[in-house]
Design a protein around this ligand. Structure first.
Ligand code: CAA
Length: 290
Protein backbone atom coordinates (compact mmCIF):
# COMPACT_ATOMS: atom_id res chain seq x y z
CA UNK A 1 0.00 0.00 0.00
CA UNK A 2 2.94 2.29 0.69
CA UNK A 3 4.00 2.02 -2.94
CA UNK A 4 0.48 2.82 -4.13
CA UNK A 5 0.30 5.88 -1.86
CA UNK A 6 3.73 7.02 -3.10
CA UNK A 7 2.51 6.62 -6.69
CA UNK A 8 -0.62 8.76 -6.26
CA UNK A 9 1.33 11.41 -4.30
CA UNK A 10 4.05 11.66 -6.95
CA UNK A 11 1.45 11.65 -9.74
CA UNK A 12 -0.20 14.64 -8.03
CA UNK A 13 3.13 16.51 -8.15
CA UNK A 14 4.46 15.91 -4.62
CA UNK A 15 8.08 15.07 -3.88
CA UNK A 16 7.99 11.72 -2.07
CA UNK A 17 10.46 10.05 0.29
CA UNK A 18 9.65 6.34 0.29
CA UNK A 19 11.03 4.47 3.29
CA UNK A 20 10.89 0.78 4.15
CA UNK A 21 13.02 -1.28 6.52
CA UNK A 22 13.65 -3.78 3.78
CA UNK A 23 15.23 -2.92 0.41
CA UNK A 24 13.34 -5.83 -1.18
CA UNK A 25 10.00 -4.21 -0.31
CA UNK A 26 11.18 -0.88 -1.72
CA UNK A 27 12.24 -2.62 -4.93
CA UNK A 28 8.93 -4.46 -5.17
CA UNK A 29 6.99 -1.21 -4.60
CA UNK A 30 9.01 0.62 -7.25
CA UNK A 31 8.56 -2.22 -9.74
CA UNK A 32 4.78 -2.10 -9.24
CA UNK A 33 4.76 1.68 -9.69
CA UNK A 34 6.81 1.36 -12.90
CA UNK A 35 4.44 -1.30 -14.20
CA UNK A 36 1.33 0.77 -13.40
CA UNK A 37 2.77 3.89 -15.03
CA UNK A 38 3.94 1.99 -18.11
CA UNK A 39 0.37 0.75 -18.53
CA UNK A 40 -0.94 4.32 -18.28
CA UNK A 41 1.51 5.37 -21.02
CA UNK A 42 0.37 2.45 -23.20
CA UNK A 43 -3.25 3.51 -22.68
CA UNK A 44 -2.40 7.11 -23.64
CA UNK A 45 -3.22 8.55 -20.20
CA UNK A 46 0.36 9.67 -19.54
CA UNK A 47 3.19 10.79 -21.79
CA UNK A 48 6.64 9.22 -21.53
CA UNK A 49 7.86 12.51 -20.07
CA UNK A 50 5.15 12.58 -17.37
CA UNK A 51 5.95 8.98 -16.48
CA UNK A 52 9.64 9.86 -16.07
CA UNK A 53 8.79 12.90 -13.94
CA UNK A 54 6.57 10.87 -11.60
CA UNK A 55 9.30 8.27 -11.07
CA UNK A 56 11.89 11.01 -10.53
CA UNK A 57 9.77 12.51 -7.74
CA UNK A 58 10.01 9.29 -5.69
CA UNK A 59 13.19 9.12 -3.66
CA UNK A 60 13.65 5.70 -2.01
CA UNK A 61 15.25 5.85 1.43
CA UNK A 62 16.08 2.41 2.80
CA UNK A 63 17.65 3.82 5.98
CA UNK A 64 15.76 5.52 8.80
CA UNK A 65 16.87 9.14 9.09
CA UNK A 66 15.60 12.64 9.86
CA UNK A 67 12.80 12.94 7.32
CA UNK A 68 12.34 16.53 6.25
CA UNK A 69 8.69 16.21 5.25
CA UNK A 70 5.47 18.17 5.66
CA UNK A 71 3.23 15.11 5.72
CA UNK A 72 4.11 11.52 6.59
CA UNK A 73 1.88 8.52 5.88
CA UNK A 74 2.69 5.30 7.73
CA UNK A 75 1.62 2.09 5.99
CA UNK A 76 3.34 -0.65 8.02
CA UNK A 77 1.74 -3.99 8.85
CA UNK A 78 -1.41 -4.02 10.97
CA UNK A 79 0.41 -4.53 14.28
CA UNK A 80 -0.17 -2.06 17.07
CA UNK A 81 3.32 -2.30 18.58
CA UNK A 82 4.97 -1.76 15.19
CA UNK A 83 2.80 1.31 14.58
CA UNK A 84 3.34 2.80 18.05
CA UNK A 85 7.08 2.38 17.68
CA UNK A 86 7.02 4.00 14.23
CA UNK A 87 4.98 6.96 15.45
CA UNK A 88 7.37 7.55 18.36
CA UNK A 89 10.23 7.65 15.86
CA UNK A 90 8.32 9.76 13.33
CA UNK A 91 7.55 12.21 16.13
CA UNK A 92 11.26 12.60 16.87
CA UNK A 93 12.54 12.49 13.32
CA UNK A 94 10.19 14.73 11.33
CA UNK A 95 9.79 18.53 11.65
CA UNK A 96 7.48 19.49 14.56
CA UNK A 97 5.03 21.05 12.10
CA UNK A 98 4.61 17.82 10.09
CA UNK A 99 1.29 16.00 10.06
CA UNK A 100 1.61 12.28 10.85
CA UNK A 101 -1.01 10.07 9.20
CA UNK A 102 -1.58 6.36 9.60
CA UNK A 103 -2.98 4.11 6.89
CA UNK A 104 -4.15 1.72 9.61
CA UNK A 105 -7.20 -0.38 8.72
CA UNK A 106 -8.54 -0.62 12.26
CA UNK A 107 -6.18 0.51 15.02
CA UNK A 108 -7.15 3.44 17.26
CA UNK A 109 -5.83 6.78 15.98
CA UNK A 110 -6.30 8.17 19.49
CA UNK A 111 -3.93 5.51 20.83
CA UNK A 112 -1.39 6.15 18.07
CA UNK A 113 -1.59 9.94 18.59
CA UNK A 114 -1.08 9.56 22.34
CA UNK A 115 2.47 8.18 21.94
CA UNK A 116 3.52 11.36 20.12
CA UNK A 117 4.07 14.89 21.41
CA UNK A 118 1.64 16.16 18.75
CA UNK A 119 -1.66 14.21 18.92
CA UNK A 120 -3.46 17.19 17.35
CA UNK A 121 -1.38 16.55 14.20
CA UNK A 122 -2.08 12.81 14.01
CA UNK A 123 -4.87 11.47 11.77
CA UNK A 124 -6.01 8.23 10.13
CA UNK A 125 -5.78 8.31 6.35
CA UNK A 126 -7.00 4.93 5.20
CA UNK A 127 -6.43 4.13 1.53
CA UNK A 128 -7.82 1.08 -0.29
CA UNK A 129 -6.16 -1.51 -2.42
CA UNK A 130 -5.25 -1.08 -5.27
CA UNK A 131 -4.52 2.50 -4.21
CA UNK A 132 -4.19 3.99 -7.73
CA UNK A 133 -7.66 2.65 -8.62
CA UNK A 134 -9.80 2.86 -5.48
CA UNK A 135 -11.49 6.23 -4.95
CA UNK A 136 -12.05 6.14 -1.20
CA UNK A 137 -9.86 7.58 1.53
CA UNK A 138 -11.36 7.14 4.97
CA UNK A 139 -10.27 10.02 7.23
CA UNK A 140 -10.28 9.25 10.94
CA UNK A 141 -9.95 11.86 13.64
CA UNK A 142 -8.54 10.70 16.95
CA UNK A 143 -9.97 12.36 20.06
CA UNK A 144 -7.25 15.02 19.89
CA UNK A 145 -6.98 15.52 16.10
CA UNK A 146 -7.33 19.22 15.25
CA UNK A 147 -9.54 20.72 12.56
CA UNK A 148 -6.52 22.12 10.62
CA UNK A 149 -5.03 18.60 10.53
CA UNK A 150 -8.31 17.18 9.25
CA UNK A 151 -8.58 19.94 6.65
CA UNK A 152 -5.01 19.33 5.44
CA UNK A 153 -5.59 15.57 5.05
CA UNK A 154 -8.93 16.22 3.34
CA UNK A 155 -7.31 18.63 0.86
CA UNK A 156 -4.48 16.17 0.22
CA UNK A 157 -6.90 13.31 -0.51
CA UNK A 158 -8.76 15.48 -3.01
CA UNK A 159 -5.50 16.55 -4.66
CA UNK A 160 -4.66 12.83 -5.01
CA UNK A 161 -7.90 12.33 -6.93
CA UNK A 162 -9.63 10.54 -4.05
CA UNK A 163 -12.97 10.96 -2.31
CA UNK A 164 -12.41 11.52 1.42
CA UNK A 165 -15.06 10.25 3.83
CA UNK A 166 -14.86 11.06 7.55
CA UNK A 167 -15.21 8.33 10.17
CA UNK A 168 -14.94 8.43 13.93
CA UNK A 169 -12.28 6.58 15.84
CA UNK A 170 -13.87 3.26 16.79
CA UNK A 171 -12.41 -0.16 15.97
CA UNK A 172 -12.41 -0.85 12.22
CA UNK A 173 -13.81 2.64 11.54
CA UNK A 174 -16.63 2.37 8.94
CA UNK A 175 -14.97 0.26 6.23
CA UNK A 176 -13.56 -2.66 8.14
CA UNK A 177 -16.30 -2.73 10.79
CA UNK A 178 -18.53 -3.83 7.91
CA UNK A 179 -16.21 -5.51 5.40
CA UNK A 180 -14.19 -7.79 7.68
CA UNK A 181 -17.13 -9.43 9.50
CA UNK A 182 -18.56 -10.17 6.03
CA UNK A 183 -15.30 -11.82 4.92
CA UNK A 184 -15.06 -13.69 8.25
CA UNK A 185 -18.67 -14.84 7.85
CA UNK A 186 -17.78 -16.25 4.43
CA UNK A 187 -15.01 -18.27 6.12
CA UNK A 188 -17.55 -19.54 8.67
CA UNK A 189 -19.88 -20.55 5.81
CA UNK A 190 -17.00 -22.53 4.29
CA UNK A 191 -16.03 -24.00 7.68
CA UNK A 192 -19.58 -25.17 8.29
CA UNK A 193 -19.92 -26.62 4.80
CA UNK A 194 -22.61 -24.27 3.52
CA UNK A 195 -20.68 -23.85 0.28
CA UNK A 196 -17.27 -24.09 -1.34
CA UNK A 197 -14.77 -21.28 -1.84
CA UNK A 198 -15.92 -21.06 -5.45
CA UNK A 199 -19.68 -21.23 -4.77
CA UNK A 200 -19.56 -18.62 -1.99
CA UNK A 201 -17.53 -16.29 -4.22
CA UNK A 202 -19.95 -16.88 -7.11
CA UNK A 203 -22.96 -16.01 -4.91
CA UNK A 204 -21.47 -12.70 -3.80
CA UNK A 205 -20.22 -11.76 -7.27
CA UNK A 206 -23.27 -12.72 -9.28
CA UNK A 207 -25.94 -12.10 -6.65
CA UNK A 208 -24.58 -8.95 -5.05
CA UNK A 209 -22.47 -7.57 -7.90
CA UNK A 210 -19.30 -7.47 -5.80
CA UNK A 211 -16.27 -7.20 -8.12
CA UNK A 212 -14.50 -9.92 -6.14
CA UNK A 213 -16.03 -12.68 -4.04
CA UNK A 214 -15.14 -12.70 -0.31
CA UNK A 215 -12.40 -15.35 -0.66
CA UNK A 216 -10.75 -13.65 -3.63
CA UNK A 217 -10.93 -10.35 -1.72
CA UNK A 218 -9.63 -11.90 1.52
CA UNK A 219 -6.67 -13.37 -0.40
CA UNK A 220 -6.11 -9.95 -1.98
CA UNK A 221 -6.22 -8.09 1.36
CA UNK A 222 -4.12 -10.79 3.11
CA UNK A 223 -5.55 -13.28 5.60
CA UNK A 224 -3.04 -12.10 8.22
CA UNK A 225 -4.40 -8.57 7.86
CA UNK A 226 -8.00 -9.83 7.98
CA UNK A 227 -7.26 -11.80 11.17
CA UNK A 228 -5.47 -8.81 12.74
CA UNK A 229 -8.49 -6.60 12.04
CA UNK A 230 -10.93 -9.19 13.45
CA UNK A 231 -8.81 -9.28 16.63
CA UNK A 232 -9.00 -5.47 16.91
CA UNK A 233 -12.81 -5.59 16.47
CA UNK A 234 -13.20 -8.45 18.97
CA UNK A 235 -10.99 -6.83 21.56
CA UNK A 236 -12.31 -3.31 20.96
CA UNK A 237 -16.02 -4.14 21.17
CA UNK A 238 -15.79 -7.19 23.45
CA UNK A 239 -18.58 -8.73 21.40
CA UNK A 240 -18.51 -12.39 20.30
CA UNK A 241 -20.01 -11.51 16.93
CA UNK A 242 -16.52 -10.36 15.93
CA UNK A 243 -14.72 -13.62 16.83
CA UNK A 244 -12.42 -14.81 14.06
CA UNK A 245 -13.34 -18.13 12.43
CA UNK A 246 -10.99 -20.94 13.60
CA UNK A 247 -10.45 -21.89 9.95
CA UNK A 248 -9.11 -18.38 9.24
CA UNK A 249 -6.71 -18.79 12.18
CA UNK A 250 -5.51 -22.10 10.75
CA UNK A 251 -4.84 -20.62 7.32
CA UNK A 252 -2.78 -17.85 8.90
CA UNK A 253 -0.94 -20.37 11.10
CA UNK A 254 -0.09 -22.37 7.96
CA UNK A 255 1.33 -19.26 6.31
CA UNK A 256 -1.41 -19.45 3.69
CA UNK A 257 -2.09 -15.75 3.92
CA UNK A 258 -3.29 -15.12 0.39
CA UNK A 259 -1.99 -13.82 -2.89
CA UNK A 260 1.30 -12.47 -1.53
CA UNK A 261 2.17 -15.94 -0.15
CA UNK A 262 1.15 -17.86 -3.28
CA UNK A 263 -1.58 -19.65 -1.32
CA UNK A 264 -4.70 -18.59 0.54
CA UNK A 265 -8.21 -19.82 -0.14
CA UNK A 266 -7.02 -19.95 -3.73
CA UNK A 267 -3.73 -21.09 -5.22
CA UNK A 268 -1.80 -18.06 -6.56
CA UNK A 269 1.51 -19.85 -7.13
CA UNK A 270 1.23 -19.55 -10.92
CA UNK A 271 0.58 -15.79 -10.65
CA UNK A 272 -3.12 -16.23 -11.45
CA UNK A 273 -6.01 -17.29 -9.25
CA UNK A 274 -6.56 -21.07 -9.36
CA UNK A 275 -8.68 -23.39 -7.19
CA UNK A 276 -6.65 -24.72 -4.25
CA UNK A 277 -6.71 -28.29 -3.06
CA UNK A 278 -8.95 -28.52 0.04
CA UNK A 279 -6.84 -28.68 3.21
CA UNK A 280 -7.20 -31.28 5.96
CA UNK A 281 -9.79 -30.52 8.60
CA UNK A 282 -12.00 -28.11 6.67
CA UNK A 283 -15.45 -29.21 5.64
CA UNK A 284 -15.22 -27.57 2.19
CA UNK A 285 -18.67 -28.86 1.22
CA UNK A 286 -18.55 -31.46 -1.47
CA UNK A 287 -20.10 -30.07 -4.60
CA UNK A 288 -22.75 -27.94 -2.88
CA UNK A 289 -22.61 -25.48 -5.76
CA UNK A 290 -23.31 -27.95 -8.54
N1 CAA B 1 -2.74 -1.77 -9.27
C1 CAA B 1 -3.01 -0.76 -10.12
N2 CAA B 1 -4.02 -0.80 -11.02
C2 CAA B 1 -4.75 -1.92 -11.05
C3 CAA B 1 -4.51 -3.02 -10.21
C4 CAA B 1 -3.46 -2.91 -9.29
N3 CAA B 1 -3.18 -3.91 -8.41
N4 CAA B 1 -5.43 -3.99 -10.47
C5 CAA B 1 -6.20 -3.50 -11.47
N5 CAA B 1 -5.79 -2.26 -11.80
C6 CAA B 1 -6.39 -1.38 -12.81
C7 CAA B 1 -6.21 -1.96 -14.18
O1 CAA B 1 -5.00 -1.53 -14.74
C8 CAA B 1 -7.41 -1.37 -14.92
O2 CAA B 1 -7.13 -0.06 -15.29
P1 CAA B 1 -7.61 0.48 -16.71
O3 CAA B 1 -9.09 0.26 -16.78
O4 CAA B 1 -7.25 1.89 -16.66
O5 CAA B 1 -6.88 -0.31 -17.70
C9 CAA B 1 -8.50 -1.29 -13.84
O6 CAA B 1 -7.80 -1.33 -12.59
C10 CAA B 1 -9.47 -2.43 -13.93
O7 CAA B 1 -8.69 -3.63 -13.88
P2 CAA B 1 -9.10 -4.98 -14.60
O8 CAA B 1 -9.97 -4.68 -15.79
O9 CAA B 1 -7.87 -5.78 -14.81
O10 CAA B 1 -9.86 -5.78 -13.52
P3 CAA B 1 -11.22 -5.53 -12.80
O11 CAA B 1 -12.19 -4.77 -13.62
O12 CAA B 1 -11.56 -6.85 -12.29
O13 CAA B 1 -10.83 -4.58 -11.58
C11 CAA B 1 -10.23 -4.33 -9.34
C12 CAA B 1 -9.83 -4.91 -10.69
C13 CAA B 1 -10.32 -2.81 -9.45
C14 CAA B 1 -9.11 -4.70 -8.37
C15 CAA B 1 -11.63 -4.92 -8.93
O14 CAA B 1 -11.57 -6.32 -8.94
C16 CAA B 1 -12.09 -4.47 -7.57
O15 CAA B 1 -12.59 -3.38 -7.39
N6 CAA B 1 -11.93 -5.36 -6.55
C17 CAA B 1 -12.29 -5.07 -5.19
C18 CAA B 1 -11.20 -4.25 -4.57
C19 CAA B 1 -11.49 -3.90 -3.16
O16 CAA B 1 -12.52 -4.19 -2.58
N7 CAA B 1 -10.52 -3.23 -2.53
C20 CAA B 1 -10.60 -2.86 -1.15
C21 CAA B 1 -9.95 -3.91 -0.32
S1 CAA B 1 -10.04 -3.52 1.38
C22 CAA B 1 -8.70 -2.51 1.61
O17 CAA B 1 -7.91 -2.25 0.78
C23 CAA B 1 -8.52 -1.88 2.91
C24 CAA B 1 -8.48 -2.67 4.11
O18 CAA B 1 -8.34 -2.02 5.13
C25 CAA B 1 -8.56 -4.11 4.24
Amino acid sequence: MGGGIAQVAAAAGDEVLLHDVNQQFIDRGLRTIEKNLARSVEKGRLTEEQRGNIIARIDARPKWEDFDVEFAVEAASENVEVKLDLFRRMDTDTPPTAILASNTSSISITRIGAVTSRPAQVIGMHFFNPVPVMKLVELIRGLATSQPTFDAAHALAIRYGKVPVAANDFPGFISNRILCPMLNEAVFALYEGVGTVESIDAVMKLGMNHPMGPFELADFVGLDTLLAIMEVLYEGYGDSKYRACPLLRNYVAAGWVGRKAGRGFYDWSSGTMQPASPPNGAVHAAGAAR
